[in-house]
Design a protein around this ligand. Structure first.
Ligand SMILES: [Fe+2]
Length: 230
């Protein structure tokens, strides 16, 4: 059996001040994995979609005194370890999607409370037209990298048979594609497309999606392809 091909089962540096780690995660038996991204810019470190046992990951990679300034849950129904991360880093700012289920105290909405230090360098873009999801994607200027949660999956022949079958069933196999599950949540296609248009203007090279393979180099064409297929 082939194994899921990700190069970041351990923390991998994706460029200066940006790291990713994809930990195993199964959905209905399929090897979806889930990728966490860490970005340090202008003196602040943010963790997007914290993994299970974030503290141990951070301590091992950066040392116990390393500070996490912001914990970020970019979308609904995705960040199952957020509360655990909050208890490990109680002083970190908790920035969440407006659709993120409550259960964690003192959260702030991403766009209303985005740190000033990041406004020009780590830029949030809301994906509209999906009120139950309200995903935000983030462009890291310094490395021309886009951080994405569920906007698309990226699975191909290198995954195990059931994962290939499952992702094919949900219309998200072979190349970066929006899954049928994600599409079911679209309430306003026009608004969704309009909100994607600013992304097409960005010099995106790499994309770090939560599920599947990392996109290296072809970020812009991936975004154009997604936009055309909405
Ligand atoms: Fe997800």
């Amino acid at each position: 059996m082939k194994h899921a091909v990700v190069d970041d089962e351990r923390l991998v540096e994706r460029g200066p001040g940006i790291w990713s780690l994809c930990e195993p995660f199964k959905l209905l038996g399929a090897s979806f994995g889930r990728r966490m991204v860490i970005v340090s810019r202008n003196g602040l470190t943010g963790v997007f979609s914290p993994n299970q046992d974030l503290k141990r990951t951070m301590d091992t990679a950066f040392g116990e005194s390393f500070q996490v300034d912001c914990l970020i849950a970019p979308t609904a129904f995705h960040d199952t370890y957020f509360a655990e991360a909050v208890s490990s880093y109680p002083d970190a700012k908790r920035l969440v999607s407006a659709a993120f289920p409550s259960g964690v105290d003192d959260t702030a909405e991403i766009h209303q409370s985005w740190p000033d230090a990041w406004k020009e360098t780590l830029i949030p873009f809301a994906i509209d037209g999906m009120p139950k999801i309200q995903e935000t994607v983030f462009f890291d200027k310094e490395t021309s990298t886009l951080v994405v949660s569920d906007l698309f999956f990226n699975f191909d022949e290198n995954w195990d048979l059931w994962t290939k079958t499952f992702t094919r069933m949900v219309g998200a196999f072979g190349e970066p594609r929006m899954s049928r599950l994600f599409r079911l949540c679209i309430k306003d296609k026009k608004a969704l497309k309009k909100s994607m248009e600013p992304l097409l203007e960005l010099p995106v090279e790499n994309i770090l999606p939560s599920h599947g393979k990392v996109v290296l180099g072809s970020g812009r064409s991936v975004l154009f392809g997604l936009y055309e297929r909405v």
